[in-house]
Design a protein around this ligand. Structure first.
Ligand code: NAD
Length: 356
């Protein structure tokens, strides 16, 4: 297959970790006979420095025309004082909006080799953690009407949470299809005992559940889900939820593995290119030192292979290679353990490529 990938390396450690993901993609291309071409595009602080905006219209057009987009991270202290409308993070919201990325997929997988990094007790993680959170990304309270007005001598603020049936249905379908590709269990998270949006959410999910009889479906209230993620994360396979609940629960889940540098994510649209990125930021404290952990970005590239290119075997090969490198005792500084060999960012990328 031939695929064109936009690389948005961004700021801080972004260029370091994306370089290693590209190295691994090149190894995949060689091993499986594909051709990947790359277009490098400025985003975030580096784009502000060059063009005065966090992403130019022309570069946005290039992203739209690609088969997939791989992002490093944006931001850093240098741009903290930029006016709100040209801050680096603005580019991320703009790309999500322009590409129609309504579904955010965040896997939380504990590599057994890193079990001691988890804040959970060994008996809780004994059964392993391997779950996927499917979060609605372009609706709900973050996109509703907001206002702050003065009333009776004090300020009153409000944010409106709104969901339409079609928004719920399209994220629901992504979740059911994702469950089908995994262990066929889906938990839908809401607050249907209080919120109207949640009651509609539940109604639409139940309609969909009837179309997917092969997926075992359950409803769970968001407060209970937050608790169950800590009590017994192994009970979950796929979790689907609205934007704000997903924002909070996916950060909670990412901590279960104890290592932010390991966590990938995918954001998908109905028919355009998907965007793949590690969940960490630009880590200015360690940028330019070749010590960042590139595995979150490498695993994001693996999600790209699986979800945008339909290359499941290739994605499995990348994940197996990552496991094998960890199993052989290689660690970047953030996941370093006694008795292991500490390696740089670039060495880690090289080891995964060689293992492939
Ligand atoms: P961060 O994720 O950049 O860093 C938090 C801590 O984790 C730091 O100590 C950092 O060194 C460490 N860390 C992060 N990624 C690592 C990796 N791959 N390997 C080893 N260690 C790693 O979060 P922050 O410090 O809150 O934010 C820094 C900048 O990144 C800010 O400007 C913020 O706005 C931006 N940010 C961007 C994104 C994004 O681009 N998607 C996400 C979050 C934060």
């Amino acid at each position: 297959m031939e695929k064109r990938i936009c690389i948005l390396a961004g700021d801080g450690i972004g260029p370091e970790v994306t370089s290693e993901a590209v190295r691994v993609l090149d190894a995949v291309a060689e091993k499986f006979g594909h051709t990947f071409s790359y277009e490098h595009i400025d985003i975030g602080g580096c784009s502000i420095d060059k063009y005065g905006v966090p992403i130019t219209d022309e570069n946005m057009g290039r992203c739209k025309a690609a088969d997939a987009v791989l992002l490093g991270a944006v931001g850093g202290p240098k741009w903290d004082l930029c006016p709100a409308d040209i801050r680096p993070e603005k580019a991320l919201l703009a790309v999500r909006k322009e590409l129609g990325l309504f579904a955010n997929l965040r896997p939380t997988k504990l590599f057994q080799e890193l079990a001691s990094a988890s804040p959970l007790k060994p008996e809780v993680i004994g059964c392993g953690i391997d779950l996927m959170i499917v979060r609605e990304l372009t609706g709900g309270i973050y996109f509703g009407k907001r206002s702050t007005v003065e009333r009776d001598g004090e300020l009153v603020a409000s944010d409106v949470m709104e969901y339409s049936e079609h928004e719920i249905e399209r994220i629901g379908r992504v979740a059911f299809e994702t469950a089908r590709r995994r262990n066929r269990r889906l938990a839908s998270v809401d607050k249907a005992n209080v919120l109207d949006t949640s009651r509609l959410w539940r109604e639409v999910m139940h309609r969909l559940a009837a179309e997917y009889p092969d997926v075992s479906y359950t409803d769970i209230l968001v407060d209970n889900c937050a608790m169950q993620l800590i009590r017994n994360p192994a009970q979950f396979d796929v979790i689907v939820t609205e934007n704000m609940f997903g924002d909070i629960l996916s950060d909670e889940a990412s901590m279960l593995t104890g290592s932010i540098g390991m966590m990938p994510s995918a954001s998908l649209s109905a028919d355009g290119p998907g965007m793949y990125e590690p969940i960490h930021g630009s880590a200015p404290d360690i940028a330019g030192q070749d010590i960042a952990n590139p595995l979150g970005t490498i695993l994001s590239a693996s999600m790209m292979l699986r979800y945008s290119f339909g290359m499941g075997t290739e994605a499995d090969a990348v994940e197996t290679a990552v496991s094998a490198v960890l199993n052989a005792g290689y660690r970047t500084g953030d996941i370093m353990q006694e008795g292991c060999t500490r390696v740089s960012c670039s060495k880690m990328g090289e080891l995964v490529s060689e293992m492939l």
